[in-house]
Write a protein that binds this ligand. Sequence first.
Ligand code: SF4
Length: 307
Amino acid sequence: MITTYPPWSYSGSRAAIFDDCLRKYYYHYYGSHNGWKLETAEPDQVQTYRLKQLSNLYLVFGNLAHQMCESVIRSWDKERKVPEASFLYQKMRELLNQAYKESQDVTGWHLRPKYQTMLSEIYYDEDDKLKDRISSIKSRMQTVVDKLYHTRTWKEVESGAAHIMEIEKWDHMILHDTRVYVKMDVLYRNEQGHIVIVDWKTGKENDFTDQLYLYALYVHEHYNVPYEHIEMRVEYLLTGECETYQATQQDIDKVSASTLRYIEEMKSCLADDYYNRPKDISFFTPMPSRRVCGECNFREICSSRAV
Ligand code: SF4
């Protein structure tokens, strides 16, 4: 069968998988390709594609929290109305329960893996992990809902000081002749005319500056705004902490250079970079570790797994 791949592009999530394990990167971007064509694809493509669609409780929770923030900001922007925190909490609970229930139906998921949730904790029978995560997420849910309405971003939006420009919108820029995808949680102009890039985080505090500098580069190019008028803000919904950054040209040059290194390394894995056709799977060396393999969707088909 002749396989055509989508044109090659770069994103932060692509880089994260590349760093985790090269074999995982192969399964995710190449081994799974065409696996949605149940009639014509090879069985291993179908299986790899299904595994690629596995989710987990933290991912579902993170997505729900982002959807909650998105719907609050959209609803305020459109109608100047927002739901009560108790309604948001109830809604998140329902959707989390729905993900749990859907995960009991393996047959349905086999047929529609992209449209039905399958939690990896259930798929891989990890009962202890499942219990621990359910209890930790229950308390996190209440916290993120409570914290949202106390964030600096919400206060600025509610006071009318923010002119919303983008909410969860995928876009791209061309960097090093490559399409680089970006999606900012919220982008707005404040009363001083400065642009604020908001990133909601539902996990632990960390260094997210590389991702933010790429966003700043996009805003600088797309909206023609000088870096000194761009504020990058991380809102940690679990702690209520808020961090702000300002990029210098030096920061941007640094992130641009590291993106180029990723692009070159990723392209060196291709037999044909015009058609985005990969080298043989053996080129994608497995990088097993308990930490990464323990969360890897492809454990079932990977003989190098460390768990
Ligand atoms: S199971 Fe481990 S070695 Fe195998 S693809 Fe996943 S992360 Fe890589």
